[in-house]
Design a protein around this ligand. Sequence first.
Ligand code: CO8
Length: 372
Amino acid sequence: GRPVISATGLFTPEHVITNEELVASYNEYVEGHNASNANAIAAGEVEALQPSSVEFIEKASGIKARHVMAKEPILDPDIMSPRWEERGNDELSIMAEIGVKAARQALERAGRDPKDVDAVLCAASNMQRAYPAMAIEIQQELGIEGFGFDMNVACSSATFGIQTAADYIRAGNAKSVLVVSPEITSGHLNWRDRDSHFIFGDVATAVLVEDAAIAPPEHWDILGTKLKTVFSNNIRNNFGFLNRAHPDGDGKPDKLFVQEGRKVFKEVVPMVAQMIIDEAERLEIDPKGLRRLWLHQANAGMNRLISHKILGHEASNDESPTVLDTYANTSSAGSIIAFHKHSEDLAVGDDGLICSFGAGYSAGTVFVRKVG
Ligand code: CO8
C-alpha cells in the first residue's frame, strides 16, 4: 500500500502555567533554600541558588507558557512536581486517557470506525508503567482489534511511529494505524533545576496513518520518511527499572531530565539541516519549494537556523510556525501540534515537512503533500 496521513488529533490540558507564575514559584523556592541554608552558604559549604527570570526564558527559548495536567502542586515550592490520586488497575490510566482523547479526534476527523483500525502505536518519551503496554490499554478503550505496542524514541517518538506505521502499510501488513503520543513531560521535568525548569509542557497528539486506498479524499500523501540516531549523553534521563539496584539510586536529579542545552543546540542544528537537505534530494524535492515546515518545538532559535538553511532565507511564521509560545516543548508531540494547528490552509499540491529532533540524539523527517 501507499501510506498517507488521513487525520490528526490533539488533546490540550486545561491548566496553563505562564512564565511569570513559574518564575515566581521557582524564586520562592530559591529564597527558601538560601534562607534555610544561610549559615552553610556563608561558610562556603553550600552554594546559593540563583533566581530564574522571565526575560531569560523567553529570549533563550521562545517559550511563554505551558499546559500541564496538574498546576497547583507544580507551583507549590514545597512540592514542585505534578500530583494526582493514584488510579486503580480497573480505571483508565491518565496517560491512556489523554491518548484516547487525541486518538478519538483523529478518528472522527477521518470518519474512521475504530473497528477498521489495525494497530495502535503509543509513541512517547516516557511510559507510565512497564506493562501492560499503554498502546494496548488505548486499543482496548477505543475498541480496536489487531495489535498495539509502546515505543520510546524521546523527542522523535512520533516521527519514528509514523515511519513504523507507514512501513506496515507499505508492506501490506496493515491499512490503518494510529500513532498516539501522550506526553506528560511534567512528570520527568526537574522543576527545581534553573537551567531546564521552563522547558516542557503536557499534551497528547494522534496521527492516523493509512493506506491511500481507504483514506478519506482529503489527506496528506507521505512522500518519504527518514530516521537517524547518533548516541549522545547531552540529553539524558537515568530513570529506569534498575534504579533500585543501587541503595540510594531513586529520587536523584539524574533520574529526571538533564541536558547540556548549549551543546544540544550546536550539534543538532547542523545534523538535522543536513539530514533534511539529503532526504529532499533523495525524494527529488526542492527544499526551497517547501510550503511549510512543521519542526520539532524545542527552541525558537534552533528552528530559525534550521529553516533558514532549508529555505535559503529567514522563514516567516507562516513558513515555519511555532507553538512553543503556548505549549513549550512537548517532546515528540511538538511537530505534530504544529502540523495539526497549521495545515488546513495549505493548497492541494503543496509540500511540507514534519521533522523531529532530540534525545538520543534522534531525528526523523516525514515529507508530505496535500491531496484533496
Ligand atoms: N533564568 C535566568 N538565567 C538562567 C536560567 C534561568 N532560568 N537558566 C540559565 N541561566 C543563565 C545561565 O546560568 C548562564 O549564565 P552564565 O552565562 O553566567 O553562565 C546563561 O543564563 C546562559 O545559559 P545557557 O547557556 O544554558 O543558555 P542558552 O542560551 O543555551 O539557553 C536553552 C538554554 C534554552 C536550554 C537552549 O540551550 C536550548 O534550548 N537548547 C536546545 C535544547 C534542546 O533542544 N533540547 C531538546 C531536549 S528535549 C528532548 O529531547 C525530549 C526528551 C524527553 C523529555 C521528556 C521529559 C521532561
